[in-house]
Structures are given as structure tokens and as C-alpha cells.
Write a new protein. Structure first.
Length: 116
């Protein structure tokens, strides 16, 4: 994976929600404990350190929206994916902004979760 930060667009949670409602893929790149505590219901989890090895699992035919806790890790992953030709966005403010915007957060059991 290469990196091209100029091709990454940062978006706020409402714009991410619109993309997801239109068929985008939500990629959560936080660590396992963060994911288990709380994540967006439609998100797919790949810890940042595993994305390069699992990139073949990502759809290449739709937008990939990357998210982490505040946007730093997901921004790095988004830049790498953009460098590989993916149509990608990064959620500015991450899961903290997602939760603050009132969007659902569930834990590993599907119950209401929390972001830490």
C-alpha cells in the first residue's frame, strides 16, 4: 500500500451517514478492545495494523469510509488506500464525533456501546 494524502477527503459524520445510506463501506480501524466497547452497527473491523494484509477483503467498487477514534489512524489508512486507487473518505472526529452526532454505537454483543 502506498500513501497519497492529497486524495483523501475528510468528512463529518452526517456526510458519512449519507454515503453509507447510498451503499458505501464503513471500515473501522481501531484496536480490538475499542471495537468491542462500541462501534457503528454497519462497520467492518480491521485493526489498522492488519489492513495491509487484508486489503483484498475491501470492496473496490464502492466508496470506503474509514473511521477510528478521532480520525488520525483512519486518515493514515485512507491515505494508503487512496494511493492504491480506492475511492476513500476519512471521518473527521472519528467515532467520538459519530457518537456525539447521535448515531448508534453498539458493543460486541449488539447492545448499546460506548466509545473510549
Amino acid at each position: 500500500m502506498t500513501s497519497d494524502p492529497t486524495s483523501v477527503v475528510d468528512i463529518h459524520p452526517p456526510a458519512a451517514r449519507l454515503l453509507l445510506d447510498s451503499g458505501a463501506f464503513l471500515l473501522d480501524v481501531r484496536e480490538d478492545d475499542e471495537w468491542a466497547a462500541g462501534h457503528a452497527p454497519e462497520a467492518v473491523h480491521m485493526a489498522m495494523g492488519t489492513v495491509a494484509d487484508r486489503v483484498a477483503e475491501l470492496p473496490s467498487d464502492r466508496t470506503v469510509v474509514c473511521i477510528c477514534r478521532v480520525g488520525g489512524r483512519s486518515g493514515a489508512v485512507a491515505a494508503a488506500l487512496a494511493g492504491d486507487g480506492y475511492d476513500v473518505r476519512n471521518v473527521d472526529g472519528g467515532m467520538l464525533a459519530w457518537e456525539a452526532a447521535g448515531y448508534p454505537v453498539i458493543d460486541g454483543a449488539g447492545d448499546p456501546g460506548r466509545v473510549f
